[in-house]
Design a protein around this ligand. Structure first.
Ligand SMILES: [Zn+2]
Length: 104
């Protein structure tokens, strides 16, 4: 829809969060938050408000892939994430991120 050029630049740092995979800081709305669950697992936190340790990734499949490859998500959350868990997360992540850009 709209493009955001110009005025957003200065607020970038103060309100931004950093993507765990690529290190880009973005507005929270452009990132997907992952949160550590009570049982030591990980879940996507669509509200961005769930309690617990969180980590952010760009809403971009490439960043998820990079985070998975280097196991950065697990490191950021200080847990271990199995291949099965990554598979489930990836599916969930793609559902959320791709749905509004690729509506065929
Ligand atoms: Zn990123």
């Amino acid at each position: 829809m709209g493009s955001t050029d110009g005025s957003a630049k200065r607020e970038h740092r103060r309100f931004g969060r950093t993507c765990t995979a690529c290190g880009t800081s973005r507005l929270k709305s452009q990132l997907v938050r992952f949160v550590r669950t009570a049982d030591g697992g990980v879940a996507i936190d669509p509200s961005g408000k769930a309690p617990g340790r969180g980590a952010y990734l760009c809403a971009d499949a490439a960043c998820f892939a990079a985070a998975r490859k280097r196991n950065k998500l697990a490191a950021a959350l200080r847990i271990s994430i199995s291949a099965d868990e990554y598979d489930a997360l990836e599916r969930d992540f793609n559902d959320r991120c791709v749905s509004h850009t690729d509506a065929r």
